[in-house]
Design a protein around this ligand. Structure first.
Ligand SMILES: [Zn+2]
Ligand SMILES: [Zn+2]
Length: 392
């Protein structure tokens, strides 16, 4: 890692953030189960002198007052997600997950620890206005942000801007990637049942073969991206699963398909849904079958606000140096941070933590995913500097 100083993060604070991260790491909790993590956050905030309250079942919201109570700017919100993934951890870490089938393999444990660290700095050295701390459950399922919003996280006092940082295994430690504009894709899912008429495989003329229809449907779906979608915009339509009965001589009555669509613009998202339904129904009917479609809009796209990108950019430069902050490309993965950014302007940045020397190069959601913990003080100070710059 390039030599980077974090003057605000004292040795004690570094140790504390590390301890918190490791504690959460050992006891990962899935969506809306984050009771232990919630208690830990409330306890740690209390020690700092910040009163947090429960929200969204297993989340926490808290306010840290600013230096100047007369600030006219609407409140800044810093967000950390809290949940783990339903998978086993396969690292050799002494503090690896103690819970079978659950692991912090996306780095949300580091997000919580970094935000608690930033809270301590904000309390010790208040910035020009109040900061709302948002500890959100259930990000991986794409549902936590909506419950936080429904429970009023953006109200009372009203939030004027929201920021979040994700530690990122695709970026070297010590660098920050910021996407100026559409940042992460909207995620939609579909289940399709293609219905035909099953029967003896040797008599295709008296049956309606749903396997043949499915193959035509899958081919025709490729035309959504290549022939319907604006090539300047970006889109993915992928069938991820094809299932039917297994036999050599029986044609099944139906085939089930599953898949996902990824888009950035709202118009693009609507278009993909419309064309998918038309193609599946049209192709099935033309070939003598029928279809049932369950299309679910899961996560909205995350769109960064250019002005707010500048706030996070400058804050990151203050900590990492000018050379280490760069314009990143949009990603086709989804993030429910986007739901806050539909309500208020803000920015979601990717803080690098790739370090092959320490084994921190497995991608997120991989059993060997490992965070280079040197990222912790960087994240703490960048979050603090973001708040400082927002009110400057
Ligand atoms: Zn994840
Ligand atoms: Zn994540």
């Amino acid at each position: 890692m390039p030599k980077i100083k974090t003057p605000l993060v004292t040795k004690d604070l570094k140790t504390k953030v590390l301890r918190i991260r490791r504690q959460i790491h050992q006891y990962p909790e899935l969506q809306f189960e984050e009771k232990k993590t919630q208690k830990l956050i409330l306890d740690e905030l209390k020690i700092i002198g910040i009163k947090g309250r429960k929200i969204a079942r297993t989340g926490v919201v808290a306010m840290v007052p600013g230096r100047d109570s007369s600030s006219k700017k609407k409140v800044l919100m810093l967000r950390a997600d809290m949940d783990a993934l339903p998978m086993d951890e396969d690292t050799d870490l002494e503090f690896k997950s103690k819970i079978k089938g659950k692991a912090h393999a996306c780095g949300h444990d580091t997000h919580v620890a970094m935000l608690i660290g930033a809270a301590e700095l904000l309390k010790r050295k208040p910035v020009g206005g109040p900061v709302k701390l948002c500890f959100q459950p259930a990000e991986e399922a794409g549902v936590g942000a909506q419950v936080m919003i429904d429970d009023g996280v953006l109200d009372n006092p009203d939030v004027g801007a929201a920021f979040g940082i994700h530690v990122w295994a695709g970026i070297p430690i010590g660098k920050m990637g910021i996407v100026l504009g559409p940042c992460m894709a909207a995620v939609d899912e579909f289940d399709i049942t293609i219905k035909g008429k099953g029967g003896h495989a040797a008599y295709p003329h008296v049956i309606v073969d749903p396997i043949y229809i499915s193959s035509q449907v899958i081919s025709a779906l490729q035309s959504v991206v290549s022939r319907n979608f604006d090539p300047i915009d970006t889109c993915v339509v992928t069938v991820t699963s094809v299932n039917s009965a297994i036999s050599y001589n029986i044609t099944p009555p139906e085939v089930k398909l599953q898949g996902t669509c990824r888009t950035f613009s709202d118009e693009g998202r609507k278009l993909v849904k419309k064309r998918l339904i038309q193609i599946v129904n049209g192709t099935s009917r033309t070939l003598g079958g029928s279809a049932e479609i369950d299309f679910r809009q899961m996560i909205a796209s995350t769109i960064n606000d250019k002005k707010m990108c500048e706030v996070l950019w400058k804050a990151s430069e203050t900590v990492l140096g000018r050379k280490n902050v760069f314009e990143d490309k949009p990603m086709m993965g989804g993030e429910d941070m986007g739901l806050y950014l539909r309500e208020v302007p803000g920015c979601f940045g990717f803080l690098g933590m790739k370090n092959p020397k320490k084994g921190s190069d497995a991608m997120h959601h991989h059993p060997l995913f490992k965070v280079d913990e040197d990222v912790l003080p960087l994240g703490v100070e960048i979050l603090y500097r973001t708040a400082e710059r927002y009110y400057s």
